[in-house]
Design a protein around this ligand. Structure first.
Ligand SMILES: Cc1cc2nc3c(=O)[nH]c(=O)nc-3n(C[C@H](O)[C@H](O)[C@H](O)COP(=O)(O)O)c2cc1C
Length: 322
């Protein structure tokens, strides 16, 4: 395979995107990912436009390579951030879940590629018609806000439904999971949890250690009853969420628990009362490393995995009985 549509579209060497992660994805981590050959990303969360401009300028002082800015449709400063990315000529815009269709044309006019993060085939189809350049198909294994469908069934359905390339997100943390995503039809991957632990990530050491120490059953999903499901480390906060949800507390009260909770975990290292967003792949992440090591080992293992499964065949008529 000599060509990859995601690499060609985004101007990168490895088909690996950094997911936008509010509070975690700032200029230093973004630049490290892009310098290592992937596509770095600056997340905006609820950021105002001037703060975003500073992050973009900081990124450009660290790297001349293409990068993305992740916009959130619910950001009260969205318009301000849109103006900033257009003025700053940011090459790639990813959008957190939701219908970003109305913004695609103006971003194209400003020269940006638009790559929405989507967790349903119907919305992905609609965004393809609206001009999206690629789709990140995000399975519910992932950390943070999630949809309903897991990556294994979601990726092939997206790949079958779309002409534009699909990037798989959710549950990817090594070369085997990248290979699985490609076998299912993806042409790139997006990493979230696996990059939180990077040396270049500003997440507090307690947060990184919580990921390294996590097992396959360490995460919980809260907010299903108010239609805002979020996956994070099981802790006092997720217990409190579930207590209020079981008691059918008013949604404002349930949602109120989330205010400032991610910041508390990422910046202050409060892994007991903070929202320690992480995906189910956390159980596979065993050590902290640099971004270059993380990307390098994923690519190496991807290649050995593909070599291993390449010649694998089920014989016609099946395997001989013992
Ligand atoms: C701490 C954290 C914060 C996140 N914040 C955002 C965000 O602001 N916008 C967004 O589109 N996705 C966000 N995500 C999702 C990631 O961009 C990515 O798609 C997801 O983490 C991939 O799944 P994985 O965690 O299994 O690698 C967040 C994920 C994490 C773990």
């Amino acid at each position: 395979m000599k060509d990859n549509r995601i690499c060609r579209l985004l101007g990168i060497r490895y088909p690996i995107l950094a997911g936008g992660m509010t509070w975690v994805s700032e200029a230093v981590l973004a630049a490290a990912v892009s310098e290592a050959g992937g596509l770095g990303c600056i997340a905006t969360g609820n950021m105002p436009g001037d703060l975003l401009r500073e992050e973009i300028q900081k990124y450009r002082s660290l790297s001349g390579k293409p990068f993305a800015v992740n916009l959130i449709l619910l950001n009260p400063n969205l318009q301000d951030c849109l103006e900033t990315v257009k003025r700053e000529q940011v090459p790639v815009i990813t959008f957190g879940a939701g219908n970003c269709g109305p913004y695609i044309q103006e971003l194209h006019d400003a020269g940006a590629k638009v790559v929405p993060v989507v967790n349903s085939v119907a919305l992905a189809r609609r965004l393809e018609r609206a001009g999206a350049d690629a789709i990140v198909a995000e399975g519910m294994e992932s950390g943070g806000h999630i949809g309903e469908t897991a990556s294994m069934p979601l990726i092939p359905q997206m790949a079958d439904a779309l002409e534009i390339p699909v990037v798989a997100a959710g549950g990817i943390g090594d070369g085997r999971s990248m290979a699985a995503a490609f076998v299912l039809g993806a042409e790139g991957i997006q990493l979230g949890t696996a990059l939180v632990v990077a040396h270049e990530s500003r997440a507090h050491a307690n947060y990184k250690n919580a990921i390294v120490e996590a097992t396959d059953r360490s995460t919980a999903v809260t907010g299903r009853t108010i239609n805002k499901p979020v996956r994070a480390l099981k802790n006092q906060l997720t217990q409190e969420f579930h207590r209020l949800e079981d008691a059918k507390a008013p949604w404002e009260e349930i949602e109120g628990l989330a205010i400032g909770a991610l910041r508390k975990a990422v910046m202050e290292g409060d892994i007991v009362r903070g929202s320690v967003m992480m995906g189910q792949i956390a159980g596979l992440i065993r050590r902290r490393a640099s971004v270059a090591e993380i990307l390098g080992s994923i690519v190496t293992e991807f290649n050995t995995t593909m070599e291993k499964i390449g010649p694998y065949r089920v014989p016609p008529g099946g395997f001989p009985l013992p």
